[in-house]
Write a protein that binds this ligand. Sequence first.
Ligand code: FES
Length: 109
Amino acid sequence: MPKITYVAADRSTETTLDLPQGTSIMRGAVSNDVAGIVGQCGGYAQCGSCHVYVEPSALDKLDAPESEEDEMLDFTACTREPNSRLSCQLTVTDALDGLIVRLPERQYR
Ligand code: FES
């Protein structure tokens, strides 16, 4: 299974999970109690509480955000960066094996 690593905002904690293909990076975190990802809307790109910063060197492995995700990223609690994504919109595939995402300082304003 692909490995995804979640890094705490202050870099104090790294959690690497083996996740089944087809799940989302948000769902993998919530199912495994990774602190820092909430996923309040359940994965519908409507809450912004699954915001992550993707390792910049891996951005070319990801499809560009759909319009709904792109709009929601403007309303996340922490600053939107060029590597910001909603983890509920990132589907785990073998191509993402080894992906590292950094968590924002908070998911709520
Ligand atoms: S879980 Fe709500 S936007 Fe991702």
